[in-house]
Design a protein around this ligand. Structure first.
Ligand code: DX5
Ligand code: ZN
Length: 223
């Protein structure tokens, strides 16, 4: 049997007046995570949601909340998201002065720790913390907005990250976020990704659950 690919629909593309039902819909439909995009208007040029919304989502989520912090100075506020109920917390390597310390804080609170890399950041820079991570997120768009086009070079970045994991003898979950749909999904899973974030290719479709499952099916076909 082939390996399973985990799907993390991003509620950034859901109807913000009805987030509870968006979470129920995808979890009943078989999603593995609820991907929550937190943006601060500084690290990325957009402003979305914060700890009170994470806390509210936690009340309806029966699957793990995968909180993607696109914020500066995550070391100052990561505790807010942990207290709000984030199960997985991903910070950006570019936004943390003390990346190792933030990872320890996340794990010390009992959550799973991820580190994300922007498209312009060399994947090699993750090597010295990779043994402390539960997940590495390879951004396949420049973060800030849903609905952007997949950057083709991301496939090679995933491949090089998978090679670093093998060299270091570790196996964090490799997640890819941005422009994922049934066409791009198999490209990144063939390169080593095992968790895919998808926003517009799920929530902007007529049937979000069928769309989510089509992404998973396409992604698993190449394994
Ligand atoms: C982008 C966010 C993504 C975004 C993905 O900054 O981190 O999670 O919601 O949206 P799509 O799948 O539409 O590219
Ligand atoms: Zn995201």
């Amino acid at each position: 049997m082939s390996e399973r690919v985990l799907i993390a629909p991003s509620i950034l593309s859901a109807d913000f007046t009805d987030l509870g039902n968006a979470v129920r819909l995808i979890q009943d439909g078989g999603a593995d995570f609820v991907h929550v995009d937190v943006m601060d208007g500084h690290f990325v040029p957009n402003l979305t949601i914060g700890p009170p919304v994470v806390k509210a989502l936690k009340r309806v989520a029966e699957i793990p909340l995968d909180v993607h912090l696109m914020i500066d100075n995550a070391e100052d506020t990561v505790g807010w998201y942990l207290e709000a109920g984030a199960d997985w917390v991903t910070v950006h390597a570019e936004a943390c002065n003390h990346l190792h310390r933030v990872v320890q804080t996340i794990r010390g609170a009992g959550a799973r720790a991820g580190v994300s890399l922007n498209p312009g950041t060399p994947v090699e820079m993750i090597r010295d913390v990779i043994g402390d991570l539960d997940m590495v997120l390879v951004m396949s768009v420049n973060p800030g907005f849903g609905g952007q086009s997949f950057i083709p070079r991301s496939v090679d970045r995933v491949r090089r990250l998978a090679a670093i994991c093998a060299e270091e003898g570790v196996s964090p979950l490799i997640q890819v976020d941005g422009g994922i749909d049934p066409v791009t999904a198999p490209l990144v899973t063939a390169a080593g990704a095992r968790c895919l974030v998808a926003g517009s290719a799920v929530f902007c479709q007529d049937d979000p659950v069928a769309s989510m499952n089509a992404i998973r099916a396409a992604a698993e076909k190449v394994l």
